[in-house]
Design a protein around this ligand. Structure first.
Ligand code: ZN
Ligand code: FE
Length: 262
């Protein structure tokens, strides 16, 4: 398994997911076709057996599906995956997934993980130790709650994605890490892990490098949205909104509203 991030638009990441045994390649969330085709063809020059076989969409937003139509024109046999409930709003979708459904890219077998909240049809894709989280989990943060409820988003992040092992590599949909960690530092100014990660992220971006992927272990140590039961986070949200109780889902609700205005 080989994964190549493809920067798209202003701050999106599509990913090429390559089965090195068969050459079958999927693209996760092609925001636009041109950079994806360019990255695929560059890789194909090195490995002539590569063939693009699938698009995996984490949700229907245009900055994650904008390249679907053009890619399907150029590669007419593509399978286009998305959640069943997104039928009609993911361009060219021809595979309707339910939670836990298996899918394969060549010899690689993956799983669709239903994690609503950012949208009602949001899924992540799990392949071996990699999880493609779209706009659900970001480096140091999470997506806005556009269609689902904050409770759904809390559960998707903390129970669904939260059930994956520490070493899971998180391939997220946007390069928002530096800004997310600025917020994380306001929430937890005394957390040395957040400070160090923030410095690392700034250095990477300064060198023109991506912060993707992270690991779930790193997110658990530094991402406030996965730290809703931590005393320091609870204390911080209570200063921000004294009315709110200490239940983790309530802490999450305050954090999300606070970040929306940050
Ligand atoms: Zn989105
Ligand atoms: Fe997005």
């Amino acid at each position: 398994m080989k994964i190549l991030p493809v920067p798209c638009l202003r701050d999106n990441y599509a990913y090429l997911l390559i089965c090195e045994q068969s050459g079958h390649t999927a693209v996760v969330d092609p925001s636009e076709a041109a950079p994806v085709i360019k990255a695929f063809e560059a890789e194909q020059k090195k490995f002539p057996d590569l063939q693009l076989t699938a698009i995996l969409n984490t949700h229907h937003h245009a900055d994650h599906t904008g390249g679907n139509a053009e890619l399907c024109e150029q590669f007419p046999d593509l399978k286009v995956y998305g959640h069943a409930s997104d039928k009609g709003r993911i361009t060219a979708q021809n595979v309707m997934l339910e939670d836990g459904d298996s899918l394969s890219v060549g010899e690689l077998t993956g799983k669709a993980i239903f994690n609503p909240g950012h949208t009602t049809g949001a899924v992540s894709y799990a392949f071996e130790d990699a999880l493609f989280t779209g706009d659900t989990l970001f480096g140091g943060g999470c997506g806005r709650v556009f269609e689902g409820t904050t409770l759904q988003m809390y559960e998707s992040l903390n129970h669904v994605i939260g059930s994956f092992p520490d070493q899971t590599r998180i391939f997220f949909g946007h390069e928002y890490t530096v800004n997310n960690l600025r917020f994380a530092l306001v929430v937890e100014p005394d957390n040395p892990q957040v400070r160090m990660r923030s410095q690392r992220a700034v250095a990477l971006r300064g060198a023109g490098k991506a912060t993707t992927p992270s690991t779930l272990a790193e997110e658990r140590l530094t991402n406030p949205f996965l730290r809703c039961a931590e005393p320091a986070v609870i204390e911080s949200i209570r200063r921000h909104d004294p009315q709110r109780g200490p239940h983790p889902s309530e802490v999450f609700r305050v954090l999300r509203a606070w970040k929306d205005k940050f």
